[in-house]
Design a protein around this ligand. Sequence first.
Ligand SMILES: Nc1ncnc2c1ncn2[C@@H]1O[C@H](COP(=O)(O)OP(=O)(O)O)[C@@H](O)[C@H]1O
Ligand SMILES: [Mg+2]
Length: 168
Amino acid sequence: MTSIDDFIPRFPNQDIFTRCVGKGTEGKVFVVSRRQNLVAKIYFPSRFASGLELAQHEYNVTDSLYHHGISVPKPEGVFEISFFWRSERYPAFVMERIRSGIRLDKLNLKKYSEEYELGLELMKNEEERVKKLGFTSVDVWTGNCFYFPEEKKVILYDFSRWGLPRMP
Ligand SMILES: Nc1ncnc2c1ncn2[C@@H]1O[C@H](COP(=O)(O)OP(=O)(O)O)[C@@H](O)[C@H]1O
Ligand SMILES: [Mg+2]
């Protein structure tokens, strides 16, 4: 049954070609606007949660992290996404597209071991900060972390199973 709470806006001005840039165990990530530099994560629904619930949860966690100054993709919102070759629409979490970073797990360990160590340290520091803020962090690993060698910084992503801090 649908209710008014299930209403989600369609993503405005979606690119016609919606290229997939990543796939994990919980969802797939597509470029939805090159001009606005945005990607959308569409979730595989589970027995426990619908695609919309998962999108809404990851948006809430990312938004909260972002406002606490943690290094994450800037969240845009929850929107309906479509593909021109299909009639279905999918709820998705839309966020900033990260382009220039390298996924830390893709760094060639033999060639770049120092960079890798530094990236790992930055990732762990960021995780310590989120724990201190009261978030429950799950699945923080090098495959959920972009590393920027020039700026010496990391961006964490993939918060679908994280928990928000409890109210005092
Ligand atoms: N904001 C983003 N910008 C660019 N690529 C992304 C972004 N978020 C995720 N990706 C890519 O999509 C892949 C899957 O995303 P992720 O959130 O880790 O999905 P899952 O929850 O299924 O593991 C990532 O490994 C990464 O390569
Ligand atoms: Mg992941």
